[in-house]
Write a protein that binds this ligand. Structure first.
Ligand code: ATP
Ligand code: MG
Length: 567
């Protein structure tokens, strides 16, 4: 009884792909009992969060079942593809923590084989060279409700097809003049089966094969055959390829192809307030709306890394989202929640004042300084401490002072006492203003007996402020990032996502004051600036002379509150 329950629970916790794989393994349907998956990006842009899901899934399944996962660059559109993208893809996958080992492939590795297979198809009367124009091809294809018509070239003799295909390869015909098509079924209810194109003419230099080819194979022909050649067992893709599965099965059953992989589809990752399409992301880059693919507001792996997310938090995010067969939209807050969960454990705590207000402690000696020990991370008992300097002149946040406090305000105001983190209690006595009446500085006195945050009389204060010693602190630029789009579904209202760019997605603050230990911060070190958020030194612009920090995410967590409320 108990075991059955256990088994049931276990089965329930498997996603549908894991169930398929376990079933295939248990029934001897997997050659050599070795699962082989692949991640097949087209190198026409940088990888984004949607790809993170696919990477974690493909590499994760291979890892879980002791198989392997290939990285295959699906490079069949030479005009849009670039070495920069090929390199970024590899860098990003490794950063996420996955490794394809010796199994790096390119669809272009198979161009010779694909060509030979096409020639064989022609010889067997299963493919023909078509001279219909692209418009005519569309017209002849028919619609979802009406069958297509055969092209007049469909019965072109084999010899002529062979000659024309050879001439296409030799560059004797201009782009668009001919395509090679499979002879399948123009009346098929599936449009992808109505004589799909296998090859088109394209006079474009390829990032890897250069000018060797001027005909390039189509996706529906290349992808399944590449899977077969590599011995892929489970070819996992997103739902939009479901309609292509019959074409996939046709291509993998062509005579002479020995291994038969199978295609499985899952729901793509969508996140509100974000765009998840390389084409649209490229457009943002081209239009200069962002500074590049690595702009910290981009949903690209490189952007998110620069923003300060860890690979662990992205993997956690993807695993919380899960794998399903139904499309859904994931809440952006879940992504930030995962960042906070992870950064809370690992980020080192520092004090930084982003909107500085000068505070002078009138009863603190001018030339005196003290160094307090600040714990690097209170969440981590193993963590050490670092010294923080204290002196007569400090900066606190402007928002931590109000000349005329509103009701419920417990921070600094004339006559009120607060605690300065790690150090002393101070009381505000005087507000100094300039000729225009703007506050220049605030004068306070400190209680020498409150060192370390308690007093002999045990009196309590309600506010605690972070601070930076004016004499010791360093100046820095801080970049506060927010969502790139201000609406949940960019472009929904007007049809143009550019209408929904959030004008406040980046706020740059100069002359922020940071405690001096941050002088040595390096990109890749996860930081928390107390009370303001998680930060990271910018991997592009930060130097120790001109420090620049990016806010990864605020400390406030609206996701878990929302989740609790819903419960
Ligand atoms: P885009 O539309 O952004 O260009 P794509 O699907 O064209 O994406 P590919 O480079 O062809 O990008 O994708 C590589 C793999 O990543 C494919 O298997 C694809 O199914 C998967 N993938 C792409 N976008 C997502 C997504 N949003 N969620 C999950 N997987 C995705
Ligand atoms: Mg694509």
């Amino acid at each position: 009884m108990e075991t059955t329950d256990m088994e049931k629970r276990e089965e329930k916790s498997l996603n549908f792909l894991e169930r398929i794989i376990e079933d295939d393994l248990a029934n001897g349907r997997v050659p050599n009992n070795t699962i082989v998956t692949r991640f097949p990006p087209e190198p026409n842009g940088y990888l984004h969060l949607g790809h993170v899901k696919s990477i974690c899934l493909n590499f994760g399944l291979a890892e879980k079942y002791g198989g392997r996962c290939h990285l295959r660059l699906d490079d069949t559109n030479p005009e849009k593809e670039d070495m920069e993208y090929i390199e970024s893809i590899q860098r990003d996958i490794k950063w996420l923590g996955f490794d394809w080992g010796d199994y790096l492939y390119h669809a272009s590795d198979y161009y010779d084989q694909l060509y030979k297979i096409a020639v064989n198809l022609i010889k067997e009367g299963k493919a023909y060279v078509d001279s219909l124009t692209p418009e005519q091809v569309r017209e002849y294809r028919g619609t979802l409700t009406s069958p297509g018509r055969n092209s007049p070239d469909r019965d072109r003799p084999v010899e002529e097809n062979l000659r024309l295909f050879e001439e296409m390869r030799e560059g004797k015909h201009p782009e668009g003049k001919y395509v090679l098509r499979a002879k399948l079924d123009m009346a098929s209810p599936n449009l992808n089966m109505r004589d799909p194109s296998l090859y088109r003419i394209k006079f474009a230099s390829h990032p890897r094969t250069g000018d060797k080819w001027c005909i390039y194979p189509m996706y529906d022909y290349t992808h399944p055959i590449s899977d077969a050649i590599e011995g892929i067992t489970h070819s996992i893709c997103t739902l939009e390829f479901e309609d292509h599965r019959p074409a996939y099965d046709w291509a993998t059953s062509i005579d002479g192809i020995e291994h038969t992989p199978h295609q499985y589809e899952f729901a793509r990752l969508n996140i509100n307030y974000m765009l998840m399409s390389k084409r649209k992301l490229l457009n943002l880059v081209k239009l200069g709306i962002v500074t590049g693919w690595d702009d910290p507001r981009m949903p690209t792996i490189t952007g998110i890394r620069r923003r300060g997310y860890s690979p662990e938090s992205l993997r956690d995010f993807v695993s919380r989202v899960g794998v399903a067969k139904v499309e859904s939209v994931v809440d952006y807050n879940l992504l930030e929640f995962c960042a906070r969960e992870d950064l809370n454990k690992r980020a080192l705590r520092y004090m930084a004042v982003i909107n500085p207000l000068k505070v002078v402690i009138t009863n603190y000696p001018e030339d005196k300084e003290e160094w307090f020990d600040a714990q690097d991370n209170p969440e981590d008992p193993q963590s050490g401490t670092h010294p923080v300097p204290f002196s007569r002149e400090l900066y606190i946040e402007q928002e931590d002072f109000m000349e005329e406090p509103i009701k419920g305000y417990h921070r600094l105001y004339p006559g009120n006492e607060i605690r300065l983190k790690h150090s002393y209690y101070i009381t505000c006595n005087e507000v100094i203003k300039d000729a225009e009446g703007s506050i220049v500085e605030v004068h306070v006195t400190y209680d020498p007996e409150s060192r370390g945050g308690t007093t002999p009389d045990g009196r309590k204060v309600r506010g605690t402020s972070h601070w930076v010693s004016a004499k010791h602190g360093i100046d820095a630029e801080i970049r506060l990032y927010d969502k790139l789009f201000s609406t949940e579904y960019p472009g929904e209202a007007t049809g143009n996502y550019l209408d929904d760019i959030n004008p406040e997605s980046l706020v740059v603050l100069k002359h922020c004051k940071l405690e001096p230990a941050l002088k040595d911060a390096k990109p890749g070190q996860y930081l928390q600036f107390m009370r303001t958020g998680y930060f990271v030194a910018d991997s592009v612009d930060h130097t120790s002379e001109n420090p620049v920090f990016n806010r990864t995410v605020t400390l406030k967590d609206s996701w878990s509150k929302k989740a609790k409320k819903q419960k």
